[in-house]
Each structure stands twice: as structure tokens, then as C-alpha cells.
Design a protein around this ligand. Sequence first.
Ligand code: NAG
Ligand code: NAG
Length: 186
Amino acid sequence: MVKRVKTVPSNHLTFFIITLFLFFTNVVSEAQSIIIDQPTPQLNTSFNLTTTTTSPSSSSLSSSCSYRVSIKTSCSSTSFTRDRISLAFGDFYHNEVYAARLDNPSSRTFERCSTDTFQISGSCMYQICYLYLLRTGSDGWKPEYVKIYTPNYGAVTYKFNSWVPNGVWFGFDSCTTTSASMLSSA
Ligand SMILES: *[C@@H]1O[C@H](CO)[C@@H](O)[C@H](O)[C@H]1NC(C)=O
Ligand SMILES: *[C@@H]1O[C@H](CO)[C@@H](O)[C@H](O)[C@H]1NC(C)=O
């Protein structure tokens, strides 16, 4: 026979406090993950392509690596775009990969709701800490995310979910914030 235990009011209170505590820690951790995992893409008018890799650390890297890049075009983008789309990404030392043109009107890249995958080779690098897109044209384009599969550092996803402005590099740079942890782990 199961005996029903009468709950004393203090247990109610404890339960209430725990619930309240869990609720708030949940809210706080959710708010933190929004700030940390979901930065918004920014314009960078001073972004320049790296012309030469002069970083001393690049000598320890092999010169050619292959990256698979998946780009999902938002379902609220234009039905297709004829704009020119360039991509650049790199690490703390500006080991950089640049793709001058990802678009290809004849093969209908960047259609609304579609995912386009590219194989890009370029400099090898440490952990990616910046990624920018450049759009030139008048159709407009709204990517949902750019995901890069690196040979040595796994995959990294940059969430855009925004219209890319015309003629200015637009994206993410967290190199200064990741530099501290990079240095401490080195
Ligand atoms: C980018 O290049 C221009 C000229 O080519 C130069 O004036 C500017 O200082 C450079 N910006 C950065 C952030 O290196
Ligand atoms: C823009 O890019 C340059 C590198 O070319 C970088 O030093 C700078 O921090 C970036 N600015 C922002 C706001 O991310």
C-alpha cells in the first residue's frame, strides 16, 4: 500500500524557490547564449583583403588547404540574385582565404531557400575568427548562414539572416575577443 505523505508548507516553499532559481538561471543562460552565439553581422568599411601573409606563424602551416563552404540563402531572399558575391575569411594572424566570385548566374546560385556548396582552396589557417561577404549589384541577397568546414578546426557557422548591403564588406570579426583564449592555450 502506498502511503501518501503530507507535504509540509516548507517543502512547498523549497520547491517554489528551486523552481524560481531554475527559471532564472535558465533565462540568464539563454540570454547569454544569445549574446555569445548570435552576434549580428556588421559593416566593415575598413576591411582590406590581406595581400601578403607575413605572419611569422604561417611558416608552420602548409600553404594550401581546402575548405568546403555551404551557404544557405534565406527563404525571404529574392527569388534569385545576379549580384556578384565575394567571400573572405581568416584567422587571428590574417592567414586568409578569398573567393572573388561565388555566384554563377548560369547555374542559378543563391536561389531563395537553397543551399549552395563550394570547395575553396587557399591558405591554411588556425581557428577562423573573421568572415565577410561582399555583394555588388542591384538584385539584393539575404543569406541565412555561411558554414565552413575546415581541415583542422572542424566546422564553423556564421549566422547572417540579414540582407547584405551593396559594395561594403559585411560580416563578423571576433579576432580580438578570441585572441586572449588563443594566447592562453598556446
Ligand atoms: C586599407 O587600405 C587602404 C588603402 O589601400 C588604407 O588606406 C587603409 O588604411 C587600409 N585599412 C586597413 C584597416 O588596413
Ligand atoms: C574591420 O576589419 C579590420 C581588418 O581589415 C579589422 O582590423 C577591424 O577590427 C574590423 N572592424 C570591425 C568593426 O570588426
